[in-house]
Design a protein around this ligand. Structure first.
Ligand code: DQA
Length: 181
């Protein structure tokens, strides 16, 4: 606990959380960040398409962003196995407030992943993110089976898509829902 400072009105609301390192009056949010197949290879995988950032550095940038948003905790999970991702989504009810997901190639193929997102969508909104602009690529990548199960989709900004997705999800959660935590 830091210094006690007395200020008035709006300023107090901003100053106290900063000094105490906590977010009084703002409910904390827990967000699960899911990454699908081959995204563990970012950094060296087709850098001209996906950029040179690794998944770890994207996670670091997201954590830094989460700190500025105050009261936002992120948990990261990457798997090359569709079933692992489906299982993680199925276990989010009551444990998380929202999901950021890059389903990678499963975007275009996985009804199972779409169904899992739909199964929890009543309480856990998801935002789909992509590094590349899939609409500017091969036709098979133009369709997302998972996007209709999400509240929105952000693509084409490389690692920045995750940051934009995080900001949009947090704003959505704070404006439209009452978080569980
Ligand atoms: C991707 C796009 C997908 O089409 C591809 O299979 C990926 C990455 C992206 O982030 O741009 O693995 O999801």
């Amino acid at each position: 606990m830091g210094l006690l400072v007395f200020t008035a009105g709006k300023q107090a609301a901003l100053a106290i959380p900063l000094i105490c390192g906590k977010t009084f009056g703002m409910k904390s949010l827990k967000i699960l960040v899911l990454n699908g197949p081959n995204l563990n290879l970012l950094g060296t995988r087709e850098p001209e398409v996906y950029g040179r950032e690794t998944l770890d550095s994207i996670a670091q940038d997201m954590n830094a962003c989460a700190e500025t948003l105050a009261g936002v905790e992120l948990e990261f999970f990457q798997s090359n196995a569709e079933s692992d991702l489906i299982t993680r989504i199925g276990a989010t009810r009551g444990a998380y407030d929202g999901i950021i997901i890059n389903p990678a190639a499963l975007t275009h193929t996985s009804l199972g992943l779409a169904d899992a997102l739909k199964a929890v969508a009543d309480v856990i909104p998801a935002v789909e993110v992509h590094l590349s602009n899939t609409h500017a690529r091969e036709e098979i990548r133009h369709t997302s089976l998972t996007a209709p199960a999400c509240i929105g989709q952000i693509m084409g900004f490389k690692g920045e898509s995750y940051i934009l997705g995080l900001r949009a999800l947090v704003r959505h959660l704070r404006a439209y829902t009452s978080p569980s935590v």
